[in-house]
Design a protein around this ligand. Sequence first.
Ligand SMILES: NC(=O)c1ccc[n+]([C@@H]2O[C@H](COP(=O)([O-])OP(=O)(O)OC[C@H]3O[C@@H](n4cnc5c(N)ncnc54)[C@H](OP(=O)(O)O)[C@@H]3O)[C@@H](O)[C@H]2O)c1
Length: 286
Amino acid sequence: MKFFITGGSGLLGERLSAIANDNYDITLSHNSNPTGNTIKCDITNEQEVEKVILNNSPDVIIHCAAMTNVDLCEDEIDKAYDINGNGTGNIARAGEKVGAKVIYVSTDFVFDGKKGNYSEDDEVNPLGYYAKSKYDGEVQLKKYSTNWAIARVSVLYGWHKRQNFTTWVINQLRQDNDINIVTDQINSPTFADNAAEAIYEIALQDKNGIYHTAGNDEISRYDFTMKIAEEFDLNKELIHPTNSTEFVQKAPRPMNSSLNVHKVEKELGMRMETCSESLHRMAENE
Ligand SMILES: NC(=O)c1ccc[n+]([C@@H]2O[C@H](COP(=O)([O-])OP(=O)(O)OC[C@H]3O[C@@H](n4cnc5c(N)ncnc54)[C@H](OP(=O)(O)O)[C@@H]3O)[C@@H](O)[C@H]2O)c1
């Protein structure tokens, strides 16, 4: 099977490449950070997207590229919509031209967090501009592609040259720095390798529709941080509880955007890991 993966220089794109079977034919793309095995494709440039996809003619496009800095999206709203919304529209139209399935990686932030444990058919209500623009990507995907799937993930983590929440915690605690972590934001931290496994199953089993390819937990950021410290044998006393009122962030965050993974487990026939399981796997691969 021939895959074209956008965001190949990012965390999930890189892990998709790292865990791929030898018989997958994979092309990875980047925008401004080439990695040696990626090709340039700015998803906001419709002509460039069309040219690259027509040239490559994949069976499946796994669309990971996004403007992922949640707070920056509040300052650069047009750019957020251009990359996350219109960029996804460009990918969907190009995919349609070559008859490719498009799997778009979306986010738990499409929900407002009032309920938690969200299923795929729950109502969305994105709060900030990252969330709204990523949801616009979902809308554009459905509008322009006839063979689509959406894989929603939450607080992605894993080994990568750029920091994510988990590697930031590990680095801070290893340097004996105190960190303040909110106790009142709950989600489903997702190990990039496990999300990548689920995304390949969507492709191989030729599924359509929405899938919550997330970690198998409903856990506060504070409790998740304590689990990181436990697994990596780090000093828990450096971790101080705070809350969203004291720790002010630019973009509004859903309070409980945890994702229910039953549909993935039932339909794809695979287990989504708890964060204890995934952190253990991550530690073994350091
Ligand atoms: N990180 C999380 O906690 C989280 C949570 C929920 C959902 N998600 C979703 O999961 C997906 C993967 O996230 P990630 O953490 O792996 O991302 P990441 O590491 O932040 O990487 C983002 C990727 O997007 C690419 N990109 C940005 N602008 C682009 C453009 N104009 N054209 C082409 N590529 C562009 C970047 O390319 P260059 O670096 O080469 O410019 C990079 O490869 C995203 O769709 C994100 O919205 C992430």
